[in-house]
Design a protein around this ligand. Structure first.
Ligand code: DX5
Ligand code: ZN
Length: 227
């Protein structure tokens, strides 16, 4: 089945001293979404940026013609709810969180949707997807971690492919409009395999921002996806 594939560069690997310019550059290079990794030094052993930075970057997340580019917020924080609300106010389009970081997953999903955002659940490499069927009607996106969260530039964990296959079946069987995103270790040379497993949205940090020519990397990724 052919789906539209989206590429979501993670600004975790961008130059933090020039974040606005980096967001514009990667959009000009062909990014579909901007992936925004929020780390709290509690749920994960690293610390990045909060809602104020998201709000500041929002004005840069636009295409040349003026169309907005969605900001895909990946919360690696605990607790979740207050920050999810803050990111909704800061202009996030989609907010995903790790179910093990929220005491009441259903409530958090509703809170995100009630704030007008799309809601996503994120599964760590060792996380089970049990329980998902009970909230599938409240989810717009499922995000499979193919590295342990906390850092860019790690290697792809192969078992993520089986998890993606399983989630693809679950989504297709449900008939719901749910995106299946993958995050961690995505490169030009493995993106096709991940798409074949069923993913339709690809986060890539170091693969894109680690190269001089962002457009060339994104074009090479699309070429792989189209092949
Ligand atoms: C890891 C983050 C990822 C990360 C991916 O916790 O969620 O989004 O930036 O980076 P790469 O593509 O370098 O593995
Ligand atoms: Zn991420």
């Amino acid at each position: 089945m052919s789906r539209n594939h989206l590429i979501a560069p993670s600004i975790l690997s961008a130059d933090f001293a020039r974040l606005g310019d980096e967001v514009r550059a990667v959009i000009d290079a062909g990014a579909d979404w901007i992936h925004f990794d929020v780390m709290d030094n509690h749920y994960v052993p690293n610390l990045t940026f909060g809602p104020m930075v998201c709000e500041a970057l929002r004005q840069h997340a636009v295409r040349a013609g003026g169309a907005r580019v969605p900001i895909d917020v990946h919360l690696m924080v605990q607790p979740v709810d207050a920050l999810a609300s803050a990111f909704a106010k800061a202009g996030a389009d989609c907010i995903s969180f790790h179910p093990d970081a929220s005491t009441h997953v259903d409530r958090t999903l509703q809170l995100i949707r009630d704030a007008g955002c799309k809601a996503g659940l994120v599964f760590n490499p060792a996380a089970s997807i049990d329980g998902l069927e009970w909230v599938l009607d409240k989810v717009d996106l499922l995000l499979v971690m193919s590295v342990n969260p906390g850092f860019g530039g790690q290697g792809f964990i192969a078992s993520a492919l089986r998890k993606i296959e399983r989630l693809r079946r679950l989504i297709d069987d449900s008939g719901r409009d749910i995106r299946l995103e993958v995050d961690g270790g995505i490169k030009v040379d493995n993106i096709r395999r991940v798409a074949d497993a069923g993913a339709d949205t690809f986060v890539a940090g170091s693969a894109i921002f680690g190269q001089r020519d962002y457009a060339a990397v994104i074009a090479a990724m699309r070429q792989q996806l189209a092949a």
